[in-house]
Write a protein that binds this ligand. Sequence first.
Ligand SMILES: *Cc1c(COP(=O)(O)O)cnc(C)c1O
Length: 365
Amino acid sequence: MSLLARVNKDVSAITPYEPGRPIEEVARELGLDPETIIKLASNESALGTSPRAVQAMHEALGTSYLYPDGGAWLLRNKLADRYGVDRSQVIVGNGSNEILEFVGHCFLNRQTSAVFSAHAFVVYKLVSVLFGARMIEVPMNDDLEHDLDAMLAAIEDDTSVVFLCNPNNPTGTMVDAAAVERFVEAVPENILVVMDEAYAELALRPMPDSIGLAKRKPNVLVCRTFSKAYGLAGLRLGYGLGAAPLVEALQKARQPFNVNLLAQVAGTAALDDDDFVAAGRQLCEESKVQLESGLDAMGLGYVPGFANFMLVEVGDGAGVTGRLQQAGVIVRPMGGYQLPTYIRVTFGTREQNQRFLTTLKAVLA
Ligand SMILES: *Cc1c(COP(=O)(O)O)cnc(C)c1O
């Protein structure tokens, strides 16, 4: 057998994740000045990085020769305080994506299935395939919202995990908070419910009491991240909150030093940066109004989003993405999400949003 034929089937079956393209790469490819390019493709913070985090990292740079605290005590204590849980109920990851992978290590295999919405965050699919679990993809309703009743009905005997992304990426839609709470309560307690709340701090509709559910129920894991509202995407830092026995199981799947020293320091400092988060949320609110009215004026359809991004209906999503890119505006095509007529645009600053609208208008003319 050749070497490559030996690659584990579940791994070779994976279609690689398509990230938003980096500014430098696009600049090189198109011969553009990087300064003239804006990236609205990965739902990153429009306000940059939390200044408190930057300051803390500056102070910690010289200690980079040391291994980080493998238990991430300071950071986990701080998160525990903030949410009124015990440190044993908090796990940190190299991005919340890593927490999703821990879920796979613990709960997904060839004898299990995972339930999630079609058009939900693609990492649920990646993790399911990686661990050989069967995927049960549930159609969304006509407004591209989770169909919670259908998701509940889709659970089968071998289902071990249900992934619920709220606000949902890439659609930006949010489900009613009380309906989410009823849904989570209705899932049998031997099935894990992953409440992926990457955009919780920016959400423009009420969030469900996910933390309350995680405190009360043994099968609820709330996943959040520092990548979006705190502007730390480049550091890779996320966390999960759940019952202590659940978190203890997940901890076993973790490598000893999975979260690096700078990320721990930055995250700990960023948690105090309420002003930064509030400003981001405010900008998110204003951007929604600005972009929706701009798109209305152009007569374009869109999916009203409740986080820092939205889907815009442009016809040929891949083609429009390419033409926007040539004009220095990077957005995300949605073919990989079976939404080929849409592009996903991340909310930028007021100027960036305007540039997006103007460029889109030119590209579609
Ligand atoms: C951005 C995002 C994440 C966060 O990923 P990190 O690994 O923490 O950067 C998780 N879930 C969803 C739905 C996201 O959009």
